[in-house]
Write a protein that binds this ligand. Structure first.
Ligand code: MG
Ligand code: MG
Length: 248
């Protein structure tokens, strides 16, 4: 069952989302060669707690950190660590914040210094695929119209869509119904309706879409070792244009 949110609930989710966006800005300011992903994790945790928000990921199904920090071939759920970022890396940072009882969820992939053309294009196509998808995040379309638009854009650009992980509804809980694949035929799934709040999050690989999970039982990597990028916002369906909640 998809839980519809009232306008008042969406206002609270907008505040949660604003804190997620501010966290991403902090990360952006601190990313440079030499910083560790654990330092980024601490910066975000300290900021969220200072704003009376809870880092949603910490303790979620046992996840030990406040952010997911996925470098290069890591797709999602990377553990912050003492690994120092290096010039030419890309890093996907996924952040969740709970504020007023509601969750905001957003991910972005950042460049570390100068990045080669393939990685740069991968990150740009991943970001744009989200915006291609949300052209269909409106009443009268169906859920898989979003999925299909993302896949079509990504594959035309020569990249591949991860199959094993998908977007999701979001509200009081981080993961609510429905699941939102970034691939599939159009015209399937529930009809979109005002009050739905969806975390739409293409995970895009430069090579094959096949992934595997590392021994820590969390971190997902590409099987071919090629880079991966991630772009996610929490989006409210309205009676008009989609509303991005995880922006400043
Ligand atoms: Mg996320
Ligand atoms: Mg998500």
């Amino acid at each position: 069952m998809i839980i519809l949110k009232t306008k008042r609930e969406i206002e609270i989710m907008r505040e949660a989302g604003r804190l997620v966006a501010a966290s991403h800005e902090l990360v952006r300011q601190h990313i440079k060669p030499g910083i560790t992903t654990k330092e980024l994790d601490q910066i975000v945790e300290d900021f969220l707690r200072s704003q009376n928000a809870i880092p949603t990921f910490k303790g979620y199904s046992g996840f030990p950190y406040s952010i997911c920090a996925s470098v290069n071939e890591e797709v999602v759920h990377g553990f912050p660590s003492n690994r120092k970022l290096e010039e030419g890396d890309i890093i996907s940072v996924d952040i969740g914040a709970t504020f007023g009882g509601y969750v905001g969820d957003s991910a972005k992939t950042f460049f570390v210094g100068n990045v080669d053309d393939e990685k740069r294009r991968l990150v740009e196509v991943t970001r744009q695929s989200f915006y291609e998808g949300i052209k269909f995040a409106k009443e009268s379309y169906r859920l898989s119209d979003i999925s299909h638009a993302i896949q079509e854009y990504v594959e035309k650009a020569g990249f591949s869509v991860v199959r094993d992980y998908v977007g999701h509804g979001v509200g009081k809980k981080m993961h609510e119904s429905p699941q939102i694949p970034n691939f599939g035929k159009p015209g399937r799934g529930p009809r979109l309706q005002e009050g739905m709040v969806l975390a739409i999050e293409p995970m895009i690989n430069a090579g094959t879409y096949n992934v595997r999970v590392l021994e820590n039982n969390w971190t997902v990597v590409t099987v071919d070792g090629k880079p991966s990028a991630h772009y996610e916002h929490t989006v409210a369906i309205t009676d008009g244009e989609p509303m991005l909640l995880t922006v400043l």
